[in-house]
Design a protein around this ligand. Structure first.
Ligand SMILES: *Cc1c(COP(=O)(O)O)cnc(C)c1O
Length: 234
């Protein structure tokens, strides 16, 4: 009878998938006439075990994305002696905002004034953030709608606790990603008209990062193409 290993050995495919994605990122950057130095790869590690994050850190990954506070908080506590940069990329409830500030390097999903307020109350340091734009017509998808973009940006800029870095979005399922990312790029110009330093664009996932790079993305949020399929929610 074989015993179940306590520490599963690293997935031999992981380094390969990481290298393949990095190669595809470099190819897309070359096609776009951009330098890879402008691009930050965030590996989205939601639902994945700590062992996988450790394996990726051993392969040189320093930026991880999580979308649920409880899970992210546990992972951040476990890795607090040598912390990677945690990027919060999911919908965030205002009541959890302060706790997320404790471990997050940046918040990519700032989408409403109540969240700006919750993140600002009592804060003594600045945190990097991106305003999330909803590229769909469905309000449940998260993100401010295009009409509300400037108002939200002004609210973020008025907060001493938030350093606006740029804009973030997820491509809709029913639109060519390239077209959706072109709309995001125009929205980024509107953000920059208000704050020239907020020039980052957080866009591009496993299936559309090449298109995102062609449309100016600077922060790629890539999960399954690197991690393999996510364990089911359980
Ligand atoms: C899960 C997730 C990703 C990564 O998705 P993949 O398709 O696994 O690459 C990126 N951004 C957000 C906001 C996510 O929730």
């Amino acid at each position: 009878m074989t015993e179940r290993p306590q520490h599963p050995s690293p997935d031999p495919g992981l380094a390969e998938r990481l290298a393949r994605v990095q190669g595809e990122i470099a190819d897309a950057a070359a096609t776009a006439g951009r330098s890879v130095d402008e691009l930050t790869l965030i590996v989205v590690s939601k639902f994945q075990p700590l062992s996988l994050i450790r394996d990726l850190m051993a392969l040189g990954v320093r930026d991880f994305g999580e979308n649920r506070h409880q899970e992210a908080q546990v992972k951040a506590a476990e890795l607090s002696s040598d912390p990677p940069r945690w990027h919060f990329v999911g919908q965030l409830q205002s009541k959890k905002a302060r706790a997320v500030r404790e471990y997050a390097h940046s918040i990519h999903s700032l989408d409403r004034q109540s969240l700006v307020d919750a993140l600002s109350v009592g804060a003594t340091t600045e945190i990097d953030c991106f305003v999330q734009l909803n590229l769909t017509e469905d309000p449940s998808r998260g993100g401010v709608d295009e009409a509300g973009l400037e108002a939200l940006v002004e609210q973020v800029l008025a907060s001493d606790a938030l350093r606006l870095r740029g804009i973030m979005a997820v491509a809709p399922l029913d639109e060519e990603p390239r077209r959706a990312f072109a709309r995001l790029r125009s929205a980024s110009e509107r953000v920059r008209a208000l704050e020239p330093h907020a020039d980052r664009i957080s866009a591009g996932m496993s299936h559309d990062f090449a298109d995102a790079i062609l449309e100016g993305a600077t922060h790629l949020r890539i999960g399954s193409a690197i991690t393999g399929n996510r364990p089911s929610r359980g």
